[in-house]
Design a protein around this ligand. Structure first.
Ligand SMILES: [Zn+2]
Length: 264
């Protein structure tokens, strides 16, 4: 892991654990003929230093979380905080944690175990969650859904942060100042959002799960099985691709295993 430095910011990609390998049609069941046999899915978080502020974007799968019904996410090893430490970041230094959405592979490190309780990992941070995702999950949870990986993540990685008072819920957009702006690109989840950092000479876009694979930049109708509203998610991909072309941008996706992509 290394820092990529810009005029007024620096950013480092921090993968949570190793990528997982899966069949291309497992992720994209309706893919056409021209497709690779298998792909790797990484779980990338990003640490951004902007002036005096430290921002973590997405929080991976986490360690020791019970996801027995989803083996790839079940009781993953620790190591993420050591990676942050190698970058000179301790949990208490993080000022903001922004989750692009609240699926289990983006909220895991929100909390760690303290004795038997899940508590916020980043004790001084403001956590920013999409309101529409939170409300959707809260409705399901209050309706009695339990034990599935998404509900387990809500219980151990989202609710403890909400209860701590460290969390704010945002709607269509959230201005974090200094050129850092969160904007909703929904469909993958009800409130899925991307984070834009606009600088004089360049722009960074942390796109979360708007894209799962580089092929979607060429074919935004390539729909992953995890999109909750596939049609709206495809519209969001097209909208974001159009936006990326408007000015020089470095794309910081959550799941690309290979690299980040400059556009424009
Ligand atoms: Zn994801």
């Amino acid at each position: 892991m290394t820092w990529i430095e810009f005029d007024k910011a620096k950013v480092a990609k921090v993968p949570d654990g190793d990528p997982i390998k899966l069949g291309f049609t497992e992720l994209f069941p309706r893919a056409g003929h021209a497709k690779p046999e298998s792909i790797e899915l990484a779980f990338n978080c990003y640490i951004l230093i902007l002036g005096s502020r430290v921002v973590l974007i997405d929080a991976g799968i986490g360690a020791e979380k019970n996801r027995a019904d989803y083996p790839d996410y079940h009781r993953r090893p620790a190591g993420f905080l050591e990676k942050l430490d190698n970058l000179g970041i301790s949990p208490g230094n993080v000022n903001y944690v922004v989750c692009t959405h609240l699926h289990p592979d983006h909220v895991g490190w929100n909390t760690i175990l303290d004795e038997d309780d899940w508590v916020p990992t980043f004790s001084n941070a403001v956590y920013c969650f999409p309101q529409a995702d939170f409300d959707h999950l809260a409705d399901r949870y209050q309706g009695g859904e339990r034990d599935r990986w998404q509900m387990a993540a809500f219980a151990d990685s989202i609710l403890p942060v909400r209860k701590s008072g460290q969390c704010i819920l945002f709607g269509l957009s959230l201005d974090l100042g200094g050129g850092l702006m969160v904007r909703q690109y929904s469909g993958h989840s009800p409130g899925h959002s991307a984070i834009f950092l606009t600088m004089d000479d360049c722009r960074l876009v942390f796109s979360g799960d708007v894209f799962h694979h580089p092929l979607q930049l060429e074919n935004p109708d390539l729909r992953p099985v995890y999109d909750q509203d596939p049609s709206r998610a495809a519209d969001s991909r097209k909208l974001l691709i159009g936006e990326l072309k408007r000015r020089p941008t470095v794309l910081m996706p959550a799941h690309f295993a290979v690299t980040n992509y400059g556009c424009g």
